[in-house]
Design a protein around this ligand. Sequence first.
Ligand code: UFG
Length: 341
Amino acid sequence: MNVLVTGGAGFIGSHAILRLMEDGHTVTSIDDFSRGNRGAIAALRAVGPFEFVEGDVGDRALMATLMRDRGIDLVMHFAAKAYVGESMDIPLTYYATNTSASIALLQAMDDAGVERIVFSSTCASYGEPPADRVPIREDCPQRPINPYGYSKWFVERVLFDHGRAKREAGRPFGFACLRYFNVAGNDQKSRLGEDHRPETHLIPICLEAALGHRKSITVFGTDYATPDGTCIRDYVHVSDLIDAHITVMSALGPGDERTYNIGIGDGSSVREVIEATRDVTGRAFEVIEGPRRAGDPPMLYADSSKIRDELGWVAKHTDLRGIIDDAWRWRQVHPHGYGEQ
Ligand code: UFG
């Protein structure tokens, strides 16, 4: 299949390119490097050939031409800004990058006659679900509590409206919204890693502390209504997440409207992640108890039985230590991430 991967220099997009190439698909990718890593593209080039364009996903004319020229069958749309905390400070940037650019991409797909998309949505679209709705099913009401969650949820809304209009016009459009929980881990052969600039994600921050690149790690809030007072998240391995994309891609037909939660179905607290990182790395680091970070819901973990029942996907990596261990192996070879290849 001819697949366009937006945001291919990012953590998840780069893992998608790797898997698509390994499975024999023809890959085209675009990234503007506002968040992605040139090192990820270099690492992928060592694995196999793919077309890469440095550019803006929100550039409708560029995207339509690219999709026509490359005969694209399906788009995997990863390109986005994805920091909950940052979205509280610069919401317009989030709505521009995540929402407006996605609309331009859909217009470009329309221009080029590309009729299938797998969209990277988020569990942040559920906001702060009531305790009796956790584990979260897809029918849990979506009420985001931060601009990041809204910026993705709006795109889901747009997809449903666009899908309906296309269906009524007799040109069915297939889409899937995959609501990711907290993606972590690495390609197990350590060809790619997780390296955000700036880094805000808990596991990479713990690993940087273990390496001694950070003096300490701050726990954002210890007074949540959770068993140990810290936030609970569902950490899903990036390889499992990509498996879900491949599974969905194969199943996605004309007129499909699919939404799936992608998580392991269990939650780990911030303290548990810190403890697991200490175990895996065998290194001690200082932990400071700090105030809550704005926009953080206390507890998010998935009920992913819908994608299991409909498509047979289940997460294979359900052990937090194993997930951290994969990330640690890459970090040991790349202590400063892609900056030091
Ligand atoms: N945390 C700390 N200290 C840190 C960093 C994080 O205590 O230095 C805490 C956060 O407050 C949160 C948890 O660790 O409770 C996880 O935080 P991350 O920043 O790693 O992840 P988020 O849950 O905020 O966000 C991530 C992705 C989003 C996605 C979301 C869904 O970045 O794209 O998961 O929960 F939508």
